[in-house]
Ligand binder design. Structure first.
Ligand SMILES: C[S@@+](CC[C@H](N)C(=O)[O-])C[C@H]1O[C@@H](n2cnc3c(N)ncnc32)[C@H](O)[C@@H]1O
Length: 294
């Protein structure tokens, strides 16, 4: 996949996949410049760098402590544990994966989920991201872990990947579907997946039962420059692209403890209230959808 260098009016430069839209250029620059402590300090705990949220109960015993510095360190480790639990839950839904299989991580970020997938299955994992900085970061981590022959990130548009048709035994999006049109996205997953392969996403989506995106959902969209889809849109776009849901798991209650803990930390980003309120008023849901490519 070829890339071109674009310089914005503000002077920020990003290597953007050829034929990317202006919006995708904005997203590439956003992730190139992203260096929030909440992401980097959590990744520093064990070298798995995530850009997604956590699930599961908080281990309050693990947070006990007196000295201020120690408390903060424990809190960071606990948030990170919940984020890795989220990635583990996604991997649990990929089905049986062999060492000779290839997996595709669409919107791979700094590569934490890819490393976990390789460590679990021993197979090849190919990731794509719009951000050259993220791809470099993920590839550097793979070299440090001596798994660069199996784990590779590249700068590519997930709607137009360099992978062969039917190449992947499974593919996923971990919190990266809100940047793209779902029909275009699922058409590409459907092309890349082998028949009988598995697609999994974990994502936030607005709840059709609420009616329309709430003010909290609009706030999250503005904060991340994204476009959160409804649960209904996911199921419709999958059905139109030979992806048949095998499991739909509502993780909203499971992610709330993570957000409530995060809101108490020094790493707050200002968006915590919107997540907590929208999960509580039922307008927003955190879901896993696993689908079979038929
Ligand atoms: C919230 S981060 C999630 C990163 C990663 N999946 C994780 O769980 O840590 C969103 C990611 O989606 C990627 N992304 C957004 N639109 C994309 C596109 N059209 N093609 C490839 N990657 C894209 C961004 O570059 C970023 O890496």
């Amino acid at each position: 996949m070829t890339s071109t260098e674009h310089t914005t009016v503000q002077g920020a430069t990003a290597f953007i996949p050829a034929q990317a839209s202006p919006y995708q250029g904005d997203i590439a620059r956003y992730w190139d410049q992203e260096a929030r402590p909440v992401n980097l300090r959590l990744g520093d705990v064990d070298g798995l760098y995530h850009h997604h949220y956590g699930i599961g109960d908080v281990d309050h015993a693990a947070l006990e402590g007196t000295a201020d510095g120690a408390c903060e360190k424990k809190l960071i480790a606990e948030l990170h544990r919940l984020e890795s639990a989220q990635a583990d839950f996604l991997l649990d839904h990929l089905g049986p994966i062999g060492r000779d299989d290839t997996l595709v991580d669409a919107g791979c970020g700094r590569g934490g989920s890819m490393v976990m997938a390789h460590q679990r299955f021993g197979c090849k994992v190919e990731g794509v991201t719009l951000s050259a900085k993220q791809a470099d970061f993920a590839n550097r981590r793979a070299r440090e872990l001596r798994i660069e022959d199996s784990v590779q990130a590249r700068v590519s548009n997930m709607l137009d990947t360099p992978f062969d048709a039917g190449q992947a035994a499974a593919s996923w999006n971990n919190e990266s579907t809100m940047y793209v049109d779902l029909h275009d996205l699922f058409a590409e997953h459907s092309r890349v997946l082998e028949v009988g392969g598995r697609y999994v996403t974990i994502t936030g989506c607005w709840n059709p039962r609420y009616g329309q995106p709430s003010k909290w959902v609009s706030q999250i969209n503005a904060h991340f420059e994204c476009n959160i889809h409804s649960r209904r849109e996911y199921l419709r776009a999958m059905a139109d692209n030979r992806l048949v849901p095998q499991a739909v798991v509502d993780l909203t209650a499971a992610t709330l403890p993570y957000w409530e803990l995060r809101a108490t930390s020094s790493l707050v980003t200002g968006i915590e209230e919107a997540f907590i309120n929208s999960y509580k008023d039922g307008s927003f849901q955190y879901v896993l959808i696993a689908a079979d490519r038929v």
